[in-house]
Design a protein around this ligand. Sequence first.
Ligand SMILES: C[S@@+](CC[C@H](N)C(=O)[O-])C[C@H]1O[C@@H](n2cnc3c(N)ncnc32)[C@H](O)[C@@H]1O
Ligand code: SF4
Length: 266
Amino acid sequence: MVVTYLSRKMLQHSFAGTVYHFQKVPPLSYRGRFGVYVHIPFCRSKCSFCPFYKEIYSEEACSGFMEAVVREIEECDVQGVAKWIYFGGGTPNTLPVHDIVRIKSAVGNKMTVEAVGIELLPALIQRNYLQELKANGFTKVSIGIESFGHHILQATGRTLTKNDHPQEMVAFARSIGLWVNVDLMVGLPAQSGATFLEDIRKAGVVRPDQITIYPFMVIRGLHTPAGIPSRRQFRLIEQAGELLAANGYERKNIWTFARGQDLYDS
Ligand SMILES: C[S@@+](CC[C@H](N)C(=O)[O-])C[C@H]1O[C@@H](n2cnc3c(N)ncnc32)[C@H](O)[C@@H]1O
Ligand code: SF4
């Protein structure tokens, strides 16, 4: 469910000053079993590698977005079971947790929901944010670490790079019953094979339920060159797989490694 009048602009680069408002669209009509993806279009800064639709967070834009997205959900004609709802972005945790819960409740009023997941920027994760997610029925979190190297993230323009205690953060989330995925990337501009493999070793120590390793996809219109050529990125994922297997992670698909059967499978 998205604020649909913006969809044409999805892959454009400048959204500064976007005004969100509800616009009636042909009624969405679903029956049966399905998944729901809610796109939160705000970030604190824009990473140069990221092609997803986002703009810099402002309270004003967020308040327009909230009214529009909740109304769109309320007006849609959906009945059945959502196997999952995932909040992605952008950075869902730029929003206060009560806004996220408000959207989740609007979806929950329409249908039965089984799993609820959310993507989180590590530097904005607080313990009480995780606790409130859990108290409101969230079951899975996906943390966009990308790399443990501050300088590697800084080179992408990400301004909030603080991620001092990833192991504690993941352990805390798991201790309150949240299932945790960590996203890493291979091929970022300032990355080398050696720094990437160091990230994999660290991720094995941090021990989330799942580790997802995205090769850097250079989407048309992005002007950021990959730090590692594409073929080598895939060879490095093979090496990462061997390191992770020694840590108890089983390969689930080309870039997903998990310690159990469950997956963050949006
Ligand atoms: C859209 S982001 C949202 C999560 C959150 N904003 C964060 O960064 O922590 C979801 C994931 O997409 C991946 N991603 C972003 N740009 C990518 C690209 N060009 N190629 C491959 N993966 C990418 C990153 O691993 C990121 O964690
Ligand atoms: S990777 Fe995450 S924080 Fe960076 S621009 Fe994309 S959505 Fe925003």
